[in-house]
Design a protein around this ligand. Sequence first.
Ligand SMILES: [Zn+2]
Ligand SMILES: [Zn+2]
Length: 342
Amino acid sequence: MKAAILYAPYDIRIEDIPRPEAGYGEVLVRIRAVGICGSDVHFYTTGKCSGFVVKEPLILGHECSGEVVDVGDGVDNVKVGDRVAVEPGFPCGRCYYCRIGRYNLCPDVIFYGAPPIHGAFREYSIAKASFVYRIGGGMSFEEAALIEPLAVGMQAVKRSGMESGSIAAVFGCGPVGLLTIQAALVSGAASIIAIDPVDYRAKLAEELGASYIVNPIETDVVDYVRKLTNGMGVDVVFEASGNPKAFNDALKVVRRGGVVVQIGMFGEYITFDPALIIDKEVDIRGVFRYANVYEQAIRLALSGRIKLKPLITHIFPLDRIKEAFDTIIERRGNPVKVIVKP
Ligand SMILES: [Zn+2]
Ligand SMILES: [Zn+2]
């Protein structure tokens, strides 16, 4: 089978490797669509991402969907021929975090495309059956690949503890920001302020339900939010840009006693004023992947209440994966989510 293997930064090669076999409790998935995540781009350009470093040749990709083509013994939730979304992290099921239901924090998780575990930019992949979810005929494989970043957005909303009727601000209108906006709206946000310097992304945020869009280069975000909320600030901020300035603005625009959920990854140490956190009793909460939200994410996408299709701007076959990465890196043709089809 064909696979895209990353050897070094910018050196990705299509090679033939043996097709894996499903063991006990596992399924073999013919991968049909894989979204390129910001983390894949970090690995592709630098060979690392947050704590992870690529030391051996690696197959990237974790936002994936496909078709079940074989099942191992002990599998009864899916069968051959099922169209599925794959939750790409398989936790140990035994540790403290797994036992308390926060399996995204499992230290022994096997996660697609996080070195040294191979990911989904290949024709066939093995998945743990209990982390494979049927999508039926109601969504395309491309849309199903976006269930993964939607799960991140839903985890962010869950972590925020946001109450219905809240006003939320979302910094960064990349795929995760756009999906967080939609997840917050279905969870009862009264209005969303979307902040992004790239116009086409902000416009898409508006189309997907944001009430206000702000360009942080042209407009003073802190001033804007203050005026809009009569000086109070927003209940919840979702920081999905990973920009140090955005984090500082987040601390300023959140109301007293509000919550800042940090989703975006900073590439460096950042500075901020901790007095703001203390004076306003701000809760700052991190989001690491997701736990127990995949099924709900699929239902929301199937119901049409969350829209995935408008985010898909480019689709490439596996052979052209370099072009797919370059499309994102060089911002060719206003990319939002770029999909690779093995
Ligand atoms: Zn990702
Ligand atoms: Zn565990």
